[in-house]
Every structure is written in structure tokens, then in C-alpha cells.
Design a protein around this ligand. Structure first.
Ligand code: C2E
Ligand code: MG
Ligand code: MG
Length: 793
């Protein structure tokens, strides 16, 4: 089970936190936003209200100013007539300077005793629009009273509307009492009607100053300046261009006219007039005008926010925030899920890829890369803990034959079984890997007391134990192997493995089924081999190859019956090389196929050439196991014969005994095909392998070449003669002729003749000869018809 960095629970927690934080933040931001919006609205409202309100208060203050001016005018002592008032009024341009003013006048407090002269005066200077007529003043309400408050001066404009008659006694009007309070208080007073019109009264005392007591004020009162203005129009003017605002004006000392009459509300703040509308929960702003604190202007309104009131804005922000939070929540969830999934997939795939990159797919064993990693680690540990590491290269001998004989499934089974068996033979801290084909590597930590030579032998023994393979038919197989060992003290793992490989090569080339411990000089050999292999590739094209021919003779007469083609390499720097120096390399590198084709063609051509003077003298060509495996061999031989015109029966193909053992069935089939061409087949180096004669009858063999080690043993090694004898007899019984190799001495020839071997070759008769020398030899020794008859058998 692979661990990923974030568990599902962890992911949910993270996304939940994101959501929570998002929502909390949204609420906080929304509240903040709303507050800010409210503040802004309040601020703009305050500014707006202040503008509108101050326009009103300014007007009201100026009204008060006007009242003061009028007071001064009238209280100065100079007689003020209606005409003079009108001109003063016109001079100060009051109509434009005091917008909203609708009337102006002066009401005189007239004691009963002075009513007649007052009437006289009024008659002289009547209030415009209020003709007195003749006779006494018609008092409204009718008297007698101790004093009367009658309009003395007024502007024409105000008269018709607000002064009912010339004799109207303002102080006697039921419930008003404003003039008396103005008189008594020395303060301005006001009176309103229709919630629109305000009359402001300012007392004028005789003597020019305000008396300090009520009693004195009552004595000294001359009258009140009356100023009438339309508050509504003032308010409307101030409101022009400002929607959603309501303005109202209150006054502390005002007296109201109500539908039920007149109510006195002196001292309390009473609304005089208002204008505009302020829907909803209006904000209000009170502006008090500093004119004895009497005026109060109230601005209320819902500020101009359009559709986006602070509440709406706050809600929108909250909504957007919540949406964003949910989005972020989902995003985090999706991403973390996707990321977790991606991480998991990456982990899995990485692990899988790493496993695949580091393991052999067939056996599951570590591959070269992992082996190198392990070897590096082991080498490091070895340096620290002062022990050594041994690398063992194992190559299964003749493994190819298993595949060829039993099929690849069995071959694969065998490789797996070998892996298991190797593991079973090793300690748990050792490592077994497969680095390709039939090559295994063991890395063994070798402490003191561990004999790696013994270990190698144990491995070889383990492999020799039969393997039970294949289903349903069980195949019992035992294998041998070549082992190369290299121990410790290398700079890199590559070095160690390379050395083990070099040792393995040495084990193989020195006969297989053994272990070889690496020695430094093996490197030189290996390097030689590598350079030789490279050179060999050039050899064919570079015409460096030659064939020597060793005559095969009738042992009794010495006449030539054939010649064996033996390859020579005229190496540009190393000089002339014998096959022993390069044929193994050619086989292992596969170059031998190309090389062999050249030899076959050349030998056929040469033999065809010597037929003219040595008719029937055959030619033998060595064919390696690798060539036998090659599909093209039959065609190559056929082509060699066809091209040269050589009779097929004149050509003998020599196959070494060990080559027969690799894949007998396959070789047998291939030999049958060759035989079909009409060529002869000889088993070369017979006796060096382990095949028995009985085994030979499976192959279509014409002759058998007794290996020169047997011939060399004649007269020297006990039992050699009897062995040669039984070999010759058995061959004859199978109809196979024998040819002895390496006959160097006359006693050898004699014994062989005595035992029934009729043909042979060796230095005793001739060394391998270049073509020209062979021709001479043939001319001298191939006269006898019996020899020719033998060669063409
Ligand atoms: P071989 O087929 O057994 O060839 C006989 C070898 O014995 C030759 O060695 C030959 O020089 C040597 N020989 C012959 N008479 C005597 C003797 O009296 N005493 C001693 N000590 N040696 C003798 P050579 O030429 O070095 O060839 C060695 C092997 O190389 C051959 O053994 C053959 O197996 C292989 N070979 C040679 N030419 C070819 C070739 O064209 N193709 C292949 N595949 N193998 C070849
Ligand atoms: Mg030979
Ligand atoms: Mg031989």
C-alpha cells in the first residue's frame, strides 16, 4: 500500500477550513463593507444635509438680521412712515436678498389713552392697502381694553393676506399671546400658521435699550417689528436639486395655529414647517441656528445610494464572499482530490516504473541497474566495516539448447527456477539478479571466514541438481554453468561487475562448468579479444583471410585423397594468426557465419580448381556450431557448389562433436538437409565430447575424425590403443569410416593402420599448406586411383 501525503480526511478538513475561513472572512468583510458604506453614505448625507441645512439657516439668520435692522430703524426715535419703510425695504433690496419674505411691518402697542392720536397718525400715514376711512378706528375685537396692538407700518404686499383690518388688535386675538410674551421677554417671538407662514416678532422699546425687568418692559414697550416669511418656499428653494431629503424648521418660542385654534407652546421646540420627503429609515441631521438658539433646522433623508444601499452592498459582498468561499471550498476539494489522485497515480506509476526499471521482468530479480546500485551500497558498507564484496557472474552453459529443444516456455521456467535455486543457496543478505539471457549475478558480502570459492562451487552443485520443468509433461533438466568471481576493492560497482564478467569469459573459454576468480591479466586478454573482434570485422573485406590445406592421406600408401581447409588470418599488425587465436571470437560474435560462408565458397572454388590435375581429391571444410544454427547454411553450401561447379560428394563438412550435443534434433535436421545436397559429413575431434557411438547413429554421418589427443597418446598413455581400436571397430560396424588426426610419428601411423584406420592427416604427411604448395603436393601424391576412390566414397 502506497502512502500519499494527504489522506481523504485531511483533504476534507482542509477544504472545510477553507470554507469556514472563507465564510467568516466574507461576513467580516461584508460587515466592514456595510459599515464603510454606511459611513460613506452618512458622510455624503452629512455633507449634503449640511449644505441644504445651512442654506436654510443662513436664510433664517438673515431674516433675524432683517428683524434686527428693522428694530434699529424703528427704535431709533425718528419717525418712520409707511413710505419710508417701503423705500428702506426697497433700498436694502430685501425682496431678493431675503428670499421667502412675504411681509414686513410694525405693530404698535397703543395704550387706550393714546388710541386717538394713534388713529390720527395712522390716518396720516395709513398702512398701504388698509384705508382707514373716517370716524374712529374699528377695533377688532371691539374694545375697550387697556392697550391695543395695531399694525402701524406694513409693506403693501403683506397686507391683503395677513392683515384683516386696520383695527385688528393682535394682542387681543384669543390664545395668541405671542406679542405679550415678546414684550415681556425682550426676546424674539414667532407665530406660524398653515405650517408654512411664520411671523417673527421683535420687541421695540422706547429709549432704545432693552429694559431689564418685565415691569419696565411693559412700561417701555413701543411695539414689535413683524417679519412674515414663507418658510415652505425657503425650504423648497434649499431643497432644489436634492432628492430624498426632508427639511423641517422648528422654533422654540413659536406659537402654532392649529385646526382647533391656537395652542401656546412657548419654550418647547415646535415644528413650523417642513418640505420634501424622506422615505424609509431616514437619517436625520439637526442643525441649530445660533440665533438665541431659537431656530432649529432638521434635515432628514435617505441618502442617495441608488439601489445599492449599504445593506444591499453588504449583502452583495456577503453573497459574493460566500460564493467565493464555496467555490474555493469546491476548488480545494477538487484540486486536492485531483492532486491526491494525481500524486497517487504518480506514486503508483513511479513505483511501477521504478520496479520495472530495476527488475528483470521474467524472474522478478534485480536487473543490472539495481545490481549496480546494490553493489555500490555494498562496496560503501564494505569500506566502512572493512569486509569485502564478491560479485559472481553466472552463465548457464548451453542454455540456448534448452530453448531450442524444449521450447521457450521451458527455457523461461528454467531461468525462473535457476533464480529461485540461487536464492535458496545464498544468505539473505546476498543479492541475486539477472542481467540478461542466461546470465545471473550474485553479490555476496564476504566477511572473514567466508570462502567465495566454496560458495561458487556450492552454486555450481546446486545448478547441477535436476530441475523439474514444464507442464503437463515434466522435463528433467540439469545444467552446468560458468562462474566468474571478482572480489572487493573497486572504485565503482561497474568495475567490480566488469571484472566478474571478465572472469566469467575466462571460465567459459577454458572449458565451462567451472568457476574462475578474476586476475588482473585477464583484462589484457579481454582487451585483446575486443580489439581482435574489431579487426576481424575488417578481415573479410580487407582480403586478410586465406585458406591453408592439410592433405588427408591413405595411411597405408600415403597418397592424397583429400585436403582439409584451415583458415588463416593475415593480420595487418599481428601477423599470421591460426584459428585457435580468433575462431572462438568469431563464433561468439557471430562473425563466424560470414567467415564460414567465405571459407565454403573459397574451398569449393579451390577444390574445383584442383580437380583438373587431381581429380576426385575432395575438400573438407570446418563448420562451427554457430554456422549450423544458421538458417542460411544449406543455401550457402549449395551456392558454393553451384558457383564452383564442384561435385557435392567431393565436399566434406566437418562438425565438432561438441556442436552435435547442443541441440541434437535440430542439428540432425540441419545435417539431413545438407546431406540432401549430396555432401559428406564428418564428426571432428571425436572423443573430446561425451557422445557415445550409439548416439552418433542419430546423425547422418559419413566419417569420424579421431581427435589428435588420442593419436598423441599412442604408446604414451595406457589404454589409448584399446580405446582407438574399439572406436574404429564400432565405427565400421555403423558404416562410418575413421580418419585419424595429428599423426606426427610413424609408430602412430603403423598402429592406426594395424587397428584398421585407413585414413589420416598430420605433420607426418604434411603440414597445412598454402594453395600453391598443396597443388605441388597433390601433383606428387594423388596419382593413385585407389586414393581417389576412397575420397569419393
Ligand atoms: P581441426 O579441424 O581439428 O584441424 C586440425 C588442426 O590440427 C589444425 O589446426 C591443424 O593445423 C592441426 N594439425 C594437423 N596436423 C597436426 C599434427 O600432426 N600435430 C598437431 N599438433 N596439430 C596438427 P589449426 O589449423 O590451428 O586449426 C585448429 C582448429 O580450428 C581446427 O581444428 C578447426 O576446428 C578450426 N578451424 C580451422 N579452420 C577453420 C574454419 O575454416 N572454420 C572453422 N569453423 N573452424 C576452423
Ligand atoms: Mg577439422
Ligand atoms: Mg580436428
Amino acid at each position: 500500500m502506497l502512502r500519499t501525503r494527504s489522506s481523504p480526511r485531511g483533504r476534507t478538513a482542509v477544504s472545510a477550513v477553507v470554507l469556514l475561513v472563507g465564510l467568516t472572512a466574507s461576513v467580516a468583510v461584508a460587515i466592514g463593507w456595510r459599515m464603510q458604506a454606511v459611513r460613506q453614505v452618512q458622510h455624503s448625507f452629512a455633507a449634503q444635509a449640511a449644505g441644504v441645512g445651512s442654506a436654510v439657516t443662513t436664510t433664517l439668520l438673515r431674516m433675524d438680521d432683517l428683524a434686527w435692522q428693522a428694530r434699529v430703524l424703528i427704535g431709533s426715535g425718528d419717525e418712520v412712515t409707511n413710505t419710508r419703510l417701503a423705500s428702506w425695504y426697497a433700498n436694502i433690496d430685501a425682496a431678493t436678498r431675503y428670499p421667502g419674505i412675504v411681509g414686513f411691518g410694525y405693530i404698535e402697542f397703543v395704550p387706550a389713552s393714546r388710541l386717538a392720536p394713534f388713529t390720527k397718525q395712522l390716518r396720516r400715514d395709513p398702512v398701504p392697502g388698509l384705508p382707514l376711512g373716517f370716524g374712529p378706528l374699528q377695533l377688532v375685537p371691539p374694545g375697550p381694553r387697556s392697550y391695543y396692538c395695531i399694525a402701524r407700518l406694513a409693506l403693501a404686499a403683506a397686507v391683503n393676506r395677513y392683515l384683516i383690518s386696520p383695527g385688528l388688535d393682535f394682542c387681543a386675538i384669543q390664545g395668541i399671546g405671542v406679542l405679550q410674551s415678546v414684550r415681556d421677554s425682550g426676546q424674539f417671538g414667532a407665530f406660524t400658521f398653515n405650517r408654512r407662514i411664520v411671523a417673527v416678532f421683535a420687541p421695540v422699546y422706547r429709549g432704545g435699550t432693552d429694559p431689564s425687568t418685565v415691569a419696565r418692559r411693559r412700561v417701555q414697550i413701543a411695539g414689535v417689528v413683524t417679519e412674515i416669511f414663507d418658510v415652505q418656499s425657503i425650504l423648497r428653494q434649499a431643497l432644489a436639486g436634492h432628492r430624498g431629503l426632508k427639511l423641517s424648521v422648528s422654533r422654540r418660542d413659536v406659537r402654532l395655529s392649529t385646526s382647533s385654534g391656537l395652542a401656546a407652546r412657548v419654550g418647547t421646540l415646535s415644528t413650523i414647517a417642513s418640505a420634501g420627503t424622506a422615505p424609509g429609515s431616514a437619517l436625520t441631521k439637526r442643525l441649530s441656528v445660533d440665533a438665541d438658539g431659537r431656530w432649529m433646522v432638521t434635515v432628514s433623508g435617505s441618502p442617495q445610494t441608488g439601489l445599492l444601499t449599504p445593506d444591499v452592498q453588504g449583502s452583495l459582498v456577503l453573497g459574493a464572499g460566500a460564493l467565493l468561499s464555496v467555490f474555493a471550498f469546491l476548488l480545494v476539494r477538487t484540486l486536492s482530490r485531483g492532486r491526491a489522485r494525481a500524486i497517487r497515480t504518480v506514486h503508483e506509476q513511479t513505483a511501477q516504473l521504478r520496479y520495472m526499471a530495476l527488475h528483470d521482468s521474467l524472474t522478478g530479480l534485480p536487473n543490472r541497474r539495481l545490481l549496480l546500485e546494490r553493489a555500490d551500497q555494498m562496496l560503501e558498507a564494505a569500506t566502512r566495516e572493512s569486509h569485502t564484496v564478491t560479485a559472481i557472474f553466472i552463465d548457464i552453459d548451453g542454455f540456448k539448447g534448452v530453448n531450442d529443444s524444449f521450447g521457450h516456455a521451458v527455457g523461461d521456467d528454467l531461468l525462473r527456477a535457476i533464480g529461485r535455486r540461487l536464492i535458496g543457496t545464498l544468505r539473505s543478505d546476498d543479492t541475486v539478479g539477472r542481467i540478461g539471457g542466461d546470465e545471473f549475478v550474485v553479490l555476496a558480502a564476504a566477511g572473514p571466514g567466508r570462502d567465495t570459492g566454496q560458495l561458487a562451487e556450492r552454486l555450481l552443485d546446486a545448478l547441477r541438481e535436476p530441475f523439474e520443468l514444464g507442464e503437463p509433461d515434466t522435463v528433467l533438466l540439469s545444467v552446468s554453468a560458468s562462474l566468474g568471481l571478482a572480489t572487493g576493492d573497486r572504485a565503482t560497482a561497474e568495475d567490480l561487475l566488469r571484472d566478474a564478467d571478465v572472469a566469467l569469459y575466462s571460465a567459459k573459454s577454458s572449458g565451462r562448468d567451472r568457476h574462475v576468480v578474476f586476475r588482473q591479466e585477464m583484462h589484457v586478454a579481454l582487451q585483446e579479444r575486443v580489439s581482435l573482434e574489431n579487426d576481424l570485422r575488417m578481415a573479410i573485406a580487407g582480403a586478410q583471410l586465406e585458406l591453408d590445406y592439410q592433405p588427408v592421406v591413405e595411411l597405408s600408401s600415403g597418397s592424397v585423397i583429400g585436403a582439409e581447409a584451415l583458415l588463416r588470418w593475415q593480420h595487418p599488425t599481428r601477423g599470421r594468426l591460426d584459428p585457435g587465436e580468433f575462431i572462438l571470437i568469431a563464433e561468439e560474435s557471430g562473425l563466424v557465419v560470414e567467415l564460414g560462408s567465405w571459407v565454403i565458397a573459397r574451398a569449393c572454388a579451390d577444390a574445383a580448381a584442383w580437380q583438373s590435375f587431381a581429380p576426385g581429391v575432395g575438400v573438407s571444410v570446418n563448420v562451427s556450431a554457430r554456422q549450423l544454427e544458421d538458417e542460411g547454411l544449406v543455401a550457402t553450401v549449395a551456392h558454393g557448389l553451384r558457383a564452383s561447379g564442384l561435385a557435392a560428394r567431393t565436399l566434406t563438412l566437418e562438425i565438432t562433436e561438441t556442436a552435435l550435443m547442443q541441440d541434437p534434433d535440430h542439428i540432425a535436421r540441419r545435417l539431413e538437409a545438407l546431406k540432401h545436397l549430396g555432401v559428406r559429413v564428418a564428426i571432428d575431434d571425436f572423443g573430446t565430447g561425451y557422445s557415445s557411438l550409439a548416439y552418433l547413429h542419430r546423425f547422418p554421418v559419413d566419417s569420424l575424425k579421431i581427435d589428435r589427443t588420442f593419436v598423441a597418446g599412442i604408446g604414451k598413455t595406457d589404454g589409448t590403443e584399446s580405446l582407438i581400436r574399439s572406436l574404429i571397430q564400432l565405427s565400421e560396424s555403423l558404416g562410418i569410416e575413421t580418419v585419424a588426426e595429428g599423426i606426427e610419428e610413424e609408430p602412430q601411423r603403423r598402429l592406426l593402420v594395424k587397428e584398421g584406420c585407413r585414413r589420416g592427416q598430420g605433420f607426418l604427411f604434411a603440414r597445412p599448406l598454402p594453395t600453391s604448395s598443396l597443388h605441388a603436393f597433390l601433383r606428387a601424391n594423388s596419382e593413385q586411383p585407389s586414393a581417389r576412390a576412397g575420397a569419393s566414397r
